[in-house]
Design a protein around this ligand. Sequence first.
Ligand code: SAM
Length: 213
Amino acid sequence: MDSIAQQMMRNPVFSRVYEQLWRPVFTRLFSLGGTGTADVDRALTAYLSRPGDRLVLDVACGPGNYTRRFAENLTGDGRCVGIDFSPTMLSQAARTNQSRRSSYVRADAHAIPFSDNTFDVVTCLAALYLIPDPLPVVDELLRVTRPGGEVVIFTSVRTELSALPGVRQVAGFSGYHIFDRHEIVDRLRADGAEHVEQTITGQGQYVFATKPS
Ligand SMILES: C[S@@+](CC[C@H](N)C(=O)[O-])C[C@H]1O[C@@H](n2cnc3c(N)ncnc32)[C@H](O)[C@@H]1O
């Protein structure tokens, strides 16, 4: 059975309010006990929105809030493709975040419908913690990244606050997974990724990695 979190992602009302209401609040909540999730988010968005002829894949794109921004300054044949398995999120993406260089595909992150070594950049933001079996998705992110390309992940991380029993119980009950500090970076390294860098901001972690050329 789907978790509460997974059911929310398929709810049309939640999909409509996600970008303007839920995501900004959630980004701030991730700063609890530390600082700067919003700052890192801004820097990351600026970096991934820079001009260039790139193929970008935004896995678990939700309503396309990042997909459109990653697409808008691309040049040449550059495109950003968002994939998500929620029809309501993709309808919202089509309504509000469609642009000339973005497109959306319904797919499960466990079986990304693209060939190996395709994308210059693959992102998976604010989603791995909702996925019941998340580590094979990390393998998929790297599989579709081209040699020399980048993988960027934003997800949860275990901290003193999130390890408190009440927080753990609510998270477990709602289907929100809290990752051990080394889980994501170890998986990427085991998959052969290079330059794996982790930045922890409060309750969240940003992980950058490169696929060897
Ligand atoms: C919280 S939203 C994140 C949206 C956007 N990436 C962001 O950072 O704001 C999480 C998304 O992950 C999607 N998702 C969860 N499990 C998935 C899976 N197995 N395959 C594809 N998408 C999935 C949900 O449908 C939802 O749209």
